[in-house]
Design a protein around this ligand. Structure first.
Ligand SMILES: Nc1nc2c(ncn2[C@@H]2O[C@H](COP(=O)(O)OP(=O)(O)OP(=O)(O)O)[C@@H](O)[C@H]2O)c(=O)[nH]1
Ligand SMILES: [Mg+2]
Length: 269
């Protein structure tokens, strides 16, 4: 699961990993709906409503071209384009990326500070999804890695986050000179050490990853070339989604967030 404050590049990084610009990215728009990407040889989209009465998707699309699907994804997951997104609690995207084989599921979580824009707590959505995830990628913007928001968030959830594998991706390194990358990463590392996190720090440019896709395969495609800095996500130990049956059995109470988790599980198995 990819988590961060608004605009730090979660959706861009997922696109770079998928090898295709599937998700909408924009500095002014906010991913408003938890979006799970799972493997499917034929692209599909499923939208689940906030009402917990039904387990079924409220709508599905599967016979659209990749471009049409991309437009549909933008409408379903972006808050200010279409009010439809306001009524959803999950969008599942089936996509033919080799990265997603082996039951890997990538989750683009609404921004942790989404409350200001969306009127609901993005952090509560990622809190609810945390138990499902093997790996958390916490993205920071290299210009604002050491921020009060990050400090408070990481302090408050230290126990829960440290029970997971967590990678801190320092994104947008293309915006600064090399010496600044080292100093910013060192400062961030110090900040994490103060919070008792001893975790990997990965300087990345998700945008450079996406740009390389545009240069190499302008029409898109399913063959993946993960930028070297993001290869850490290819490691075997994060390939399998940890949805064990005991967890599923525990999902008997259908609150809104419980149903979000359950719906993701149904799409994986
Ligand atoms: N320079 C630079 N810009 C980037 C990079 N990654 C993302 N961006 C830009 O930052 C903006 C926000 O990127 P998104 O991927 O939409 O960010 P997000 O974290 O998904 O944002 P929310 O959904 O609002 O939480 C876009 O304009 C991206 O092009 C990067 O590595 N370098
Ligand atoms: Mg986004």
């Amino acid at each position: 699961m990819f988590i961060s404050e608004r605009g730090n590049g979660k959706s861009t990084m997922i696109n770079a990993l998928l090898g295709y610009e599937v998700l909408r990215t924009d500095i002014t728009e906010c991913t408003a709906v938890a979006t799970a990407l799972v493997y499917s040889p034929h692209p599909f989209l499923r939208a689940y409503g906030k009402a917990t009465a039904t387990h079924l998707p409220i709508t599905e699309e599967s016979n659209l071209s990749k471009t049409e699907l991309r437009d549909c994804i933008a409408r379903w997951t972006t808050h200010d384009q279409d009010r439809f997104a306001n009524d959803l609690n999950l969008v599942v995207i089936g996509w033919p990326s080799p990265m997603l084989r082996s039951r890997l599921c990538l989750i683009d979580a609404p921004a942790l500070d989404a409350d200001k824009v969306l009127g609901f707590g993005g952090a509560s959505i990622s809190d609810a999804l945390l138990p499902l995830c093997d790996l958390i990628v916490f993205l920071v913007n290299i210009d604002k890695a050491v921020s009060k928001f990050n400090f408070d968030y990481l302090k408050e959830r230290r126990q829960r986050l440290l029970s997971k594998r967590i990678i801190f991706a320092v994104n947008k390194i293309d915006q600064v000179i090399d010496s600044k990358i080292h100093s910013a990463c060192d400062a961030f590392k110090g900040h994490l050490t103060e919070l008792l996190y001893d975790a990997e720090i990965l300087p990345v440019s998700a945008l450079a990853g996406v740009k390389s896709l545009r240069v190499n395969r302008p029409t898109g495609g399913s063959q993946l070339s993960i930028p070297p800095t993001l290869r850490v996500l290819e490691k075997d130990d994060v390939k399998v989604f940890s949805g064990d049956s005991s967890y599923r059995e525990a999902l008997h109470r259908l609150s809104n967030l419980d149903s979000l988790r359950k719906r993701i599980m149904e799409n994986i198995n």
